[in-house]
Design a protein around this ligand. Structure first.
Ligand code: ST9
Ligand code: ZN
Length: 332
């Protein structure tokens, strides 16, 4: 097994402590899964996605070109939109809804669902479902962005082709009852398209245009298009770069790695060897606020009484795991 003998036993007992407490364990790696033998199904391109994704990235390049012509306050607004939409993914879809690593009150969940629509990365239900199969069947046919299929596939290629049948087969067996029971998640799913039009495109564009007379062209291509593409790529780098480049201080037997550059762009989500070793830790890292804006945000929400029940792995458990299965780099 990946963890090896007694190590595995210990790891499982940790998972039971915290995983059980979350009411779910379907984000824990499943050692028993075996890929089917025989030829792999043919790759089926989805041309609509290929064309739209290419146009979107061309639009973002045009946005880069427009930066010098924009008002500084428009760039500040674009950065704020980046932060907001990124939090909708990191603090929302990822740390609450995929992993249940902390609890959020209704107002905070509503805020994060709105921010999540601004990020336009599929609705929360679909994102969390795909993310749970990603953890449970990491680097296999049942992983939607299986990094063993290469950098491009795990980065964006997986969104441009039909899914491997095992992703859907295994995904259908996941327990998603917590997501189905969350009214905020179901409401966002129901009105997803409308919420994306408003939050990802209209709102970021209209604010600079109405409030400080920015040109419609700059308002659209910077805070809407360029910002959207930057958040997408920062997220995708977690699946591509952070599964290929970096140290493995916690578990040298898995692909995900500690990648500082990704961590910086992804508001604290690049401590990926740690995260796949301890997916239930609300901080996705052992180092608190260090390079981790999302953790600072969640801590602030707790201080304000809007969040609670942060799951954290103890220092002793981390050290024991590092010693047992780490690569010896120990520097995170
Ligand atoms: C995007 C998502 O960008 C990015 C997610 C990244 C995740 C990152 C994780 C990293 C860690 C966290 C770090 C965060 C850092 C953030 C930093 C921020 C600065 N289980 O899907 P279909 C069913 S999205 C169970 O059409 P195809 C499905 O329900 C970008 N069932 O599959 C349906 O059933 P039914 C914008 C599943 O045809 C049927 O299967 N969006 C599962 O193969 C068919 O589903 C896009 O680009 C599952 N896992 O098409 C479009 N999956 O018929 C994206 C599917 O009964 N998607 N099912 O309803 C698509 O166009 C398509 O999904 C496709 C596959 C073409 C990719
Ligand atoms: Zn995760």
């Amino acid at each position: 097994t990946r963890n090896g003998g007694a190590g595995m036993e210990k790891a499982l007992s940790n998972q039971e402590d915290l995983g059980g407490d979350r009411g779910m364990t379907d984000d824990i790696f499943d050692e028993s899964y075996c890929e089917k033998e025989g030829p792999k199904p043919a790759r089926r391109y989805v041309w609509r996605n290929i064309i739209l994704m290419s146009l979107l990235h061309l639009g973002a390049l045009y946005g880069l070109w427009l930066i010098p012509a924009a008002k500084p306050v428009t760039l500040v607004w674009g950065s704020l939109c980046f932060l907001l939409s990124a939090l909708g993914i990191t603090a929302g879809a990822h740390r609450i809804w995929s992993h249940r690593s902390y609890k959020a009150s209704l107002p905070l969940r509503i805020f994060l669902a709105i921010a999540n629509s601004m990020a336009f990365q599929n609705d929360i239900y679909e994102w969390a479902r795909d993310h749970r199969v990603h953890h449970k069947f990491s680097e296999t046919d049942a992983d939607p962005h299986n990094a063993t299929r290469g950098f491009f596939f795990s980065h964006v290629g997986w969104l441009l082709v039909r899914k491997h049948p095992d992703v859907i087969e295994k995904g259908r067996k996941l327990d998603l009852s917590d997501l189905k029971a969350d009214k905020v998640v179901m409401f966002q799913r129901r009105f997803y398209k409308l919420s994306v039009v408003v939050m990802c495109f209209l709102f970021p564009t209209l604010v600079p245009w109405c409030f400080w007379g920015e040109s419609l062209r700059n308002s659209f291509f910077l805070p809407a298009i360029l910002r959207y593409v930057l958040v997408l790529n920062a997220t995708w780098l977690v699946n591509s770069a952070a599964h290929m480049f970096g140290n493995r201080p916690y578990d040298r037997n898995i692909n995900p790695r500690e990648n500082r550059l990704v961590t910086f762009g992804a508001l604290g989500e690049g401590f990926h060897n740690y995260h796949h070793t301890f997916p239930y830790d609300y901080s996705t890292s052992e180092f608190g606020w260090h390079y981790n804006f999302t953790t600072a945000f969640i801590d602030l929400m707790c201080l304000l009484g809007l969040a609670s029940d942060r799951k954290k792995v103890s220092k002793e458990t981390i050290l024991a795991r590092k010693t047992r299965t780490g690569d010896g780099s120990h520097n995170g």
